[in-house]
Design a protein around this ligand. Structure first.
Ligand SMILES: O=C(O)CCC(=O)C(=O)O
Length: 279
């Protein structure tokens, strides 16, 4: 029975012990280079990083659209604050206290345009082998000076993404996502482990003691670059302990024929209900 390490406390300790920074993912140099070989690598590794999918204007438009939702009118999109809204005065304080915006594609056509970007949809369709359906849209902000960790997890362990067929995640860097501001980290091939129990620890996450940190590959990306990844790939992002913002968009797509897991299947696959294995 694995026990989570009680000594993992500070952001610095977590960043040092649960992530490594010396294995860097290979990247595909733009959509024009996407080919069958990359699909085979995706099937094996569970991810593919592609540079320069959004151009400067698209990145600028996406950031402007997010700022409009934050500072002008959220238009019904959800915004998750890490501090009570009443304590936040300046624009900087407001932005630094936002971790997530959800469900904006129906209220902002600029962001919908990115979720429906032809290059992105084609790559996702190639992976799924059928027409993609967008099932989740969010922006993930990791502010400077301590923007929070997203511990290691599988996206399909979150009920809204628990489908009987693999979902594809698309994580798009709007700022440079680097080793020091919380870029994505993945365990190559870990989607082949299948569904793995998650635990409510710092988040809904894999047990820290079960993560094969020695296999961690970091995926730094320039703005406009993206990571395509399998819904069972084990991945996480460390704290942003730098002075730089790290904003990203994340979309999830599923094949149009895929059905949701039943609640019973979900519990069996993604919780310790059956095994009783503790973390
Ligand atoms: O952008 C991040 O920090 C974490 C993204 C992620 O892995 C998730 O939300 O599932």
């Amino acid at each position: 029975m694995a026990k989570s390490e009680p000594s993992l406390q500070t952001p610095e300790e977590i960043s040092a012990k649960l992530y490594r920074y010396d294995h860097i993912a290979d990247k595909i140099a733009g959509y024009a280079n996407w080919n069958e070989g990359h699909l085979a690598n995706y099937a094996q590794n569970g991810y593919a990083a592609v540079e320069a999918i959004l151009n400067e204007e698209e990145i600028h438009t996406a950031i402007e659209a997010l700022n409009d939702l934050i500072f002008k009118d959220h238009k019904g999109a959800q915004i998750q604050f890490t501090k009570p809204r009443s304590e936040l005065q300046s624009d900087e304080e407001i932005e630094n206290a936002i971790r997530k915006l959800n469900d904006f594609v129906h209220v902002d056509e600029r962001l919908r345009g990115i979720a429906e970007h032809p290059s992105i949809l084609t790559m996702v369709q190639d992976i799924l082998g059928e027409t993609p359906r967008l099932v989740q849209n969010m922006a993930l902000l990791k502010p400077p000076h301590g923007g929070g960790e997203k511990p290691w997890h599988q996206d399909m362990a979150y009920g809204n993404l628990a489908y009987e067929k693999a979902v594809v995640g698309v994580w798009i860097a709007l700022d440079e996502a680097a080793l020091d501001n919380g870029c994505m980290h993945v365990i190559p091939g870990s989607h082949a482990d299948g569904a793995t129990p998650h635990y409510a620890i710092r988040d809904w996450q894999l047990c820290d003691a079960h993560v094969q940190v020695e296999k961690d590959v970091a995926v730094p990306l320039m703005p406009g670059g993206l990571l395509l990844f399998h819904g069972l790939l084990k991945h996480g992002t460390p704290y942003n302990l730098s002075t730089k913002k790290r904003r990203a968009l994340q979309f999830h797509y599923v094949g149009e024929s895929a059905a949701k897991l039943t609640p019973k299947e979900y519990k069996r696959f993604f919780t310790n209900e059956m095994s009783g294995a503790e973390c």
